[in-house]
Ligand binder design. Structure first.
Ligand code: C5P
Length: 219
């Protein structure tokens, strides 16, 4: 599968991350989670006190950030530290979706994603099939009902030791969905040549089997 590019897009909690990792194990490709780039941008902005609505200041910050950045299947590192564990909170998720709506921020992060994908990978995000890798030979769009996605996110938070109220998680998720779908620049959308899979009532291994079947038929 060397050199193969697989794009997986979908809303928060659709199971993209888990599915991408399992699929990667099966076909021997690295996984690049593009959400980590936007989460790191949000977290660094929060830490440095950069206004989440100041597009020019954010773009400059991202320019600096790209210099000390290491991003791989293992997660994301910046300035000599592994940032991955602290990026999974709801606060960082909300900051990520705010900064991700800024065209200059997206633009600065685009070529890094395109360069790293060239050697072959499974890349997951919101705009991979539409903007980042429009020529990827395999594209999936993963969905699930908003209730089911909230339930998954809630149990994930619980596992990580965070407390969370299911209704609150549902509300946050709806807000983030709306922001991601309605933004002007590179919104969450299914590419016309992407295959959609609804995972509401499927286990992750069933989703992965479906994907493997589709990839095999394509070769
Ligand atoms: O997937 P994850 O929840 O980690 O993404 C965090 C946020 O980053 C999303 O809500 C979305 O606003 C943004 N994002 C994006 N484009 C991507 C990946 C993530 O806009 N390709």
């Amino acid at each position: 599968a060397a050199g193969l590019m697989v794009a997986i897009d979908g809303p928060s909690g659709s199971g993209k991350g888990t599915v991408a990792k399992l699929l990667a194990d099966e076909i021997g490709l690295p996984v690049l989670d593009t959400g980590l780039l936007y989460r790191l941008t949000g977290a660094v902005a929060l830490e440095r006190g950069v206004e989440l609505d100041n597009e020019a200041a954010l773009a400059e910050m991202v320019g600096d950030m790209l210099i000390g950045l290491s991003w791989s299947s293992d997660g994301i590192g910046y300035d000599g530290a592994d940032w991955t564990p602290r990026l999974r909170t709801e606060a960082v998720g909300a900051a990520a979706s705010t900064v991700a709506a800024k065209p200059l921020v997206r633009e600065r992060l685009l070529s890094l994603q395109q360069q790293l994908a060239q050697a072959g990978c499974i890349m997951d995000g919101r705009d991979i099939g539409t903007v980042v890798l429009p020529d990827a030979p395999a594209k999936f769009f993963l969905t699930a009902s908003v209730r089911e996605r909230a339930r998954r996110r809630w149990s994930q938070l619980k596992q990580m030791g965070h407390r969370g109220d299911l209704d609150e998680v549902l509300l946050d998720l709806k807000k983030r969905d709306q922001r991601d779908r309605e933004r002007q620049h590179a919104p969450l959308a299914q590419a016309s040549d992407a295959i959609s899979i609804d995972s509401t009532t499927l286990r992750v291994d069933e989703v992965v089997d479906r994907m493997l079947g589709i990839l095999e038929r394509r070769q």
